[in-house]
Design a protein around this ligand. Sequence first.
Ligand code: SME
Length: 161
Amino acid sequence: MKLTDREKELRFKTALDAIDEILDPSNIENTLQNVCVILSERIPYFDWVGFYLVDREREGELVLGPFVGAPTEHVRIPFGKGICGQAAERKETFVVQDVTQEDNYLACSVEVKSEIVVPIMSGDRVLGELDIDSHELEPFSDVDRRYLETLCNRLATLFGE
Ligand code: SME
């Protein structure tokens, strides 16, 4: 389902409003799970929505957190590996509109055609990231990037760091 940027704006606005209502710093796990549910329910081309969090014991490694969608074998991802690992290393949003064009990619399912990964930052430090897979080709625009970055900035405040 292709949405215009205007339609996306409306959906993201209501999704972020709903998320603002459920942010709970005393239960981050639950909050992140609810964020996954809200995004996957309201944005039709978000087919897998999940979080990877930086392992506190092993800096430089991401561990799978709450998610909605098909189970993935990629439970731990070192920085630099795959789209997730590259986003963590670069400390910036990584958009791949067609995963077949990306050599450094960890496939989760053959249905996935595109992916966007947005780091959750505290100053210069990566705390984790929001990872979204889509079964559509080239579904992401600047609207997705802008709203998801706003969301991740808000989520960063939950960690209190
Ligand atoms: N495709 C990701 C791996 C995680 S799954 O999308 C859930 C990557 O290349 O890093």
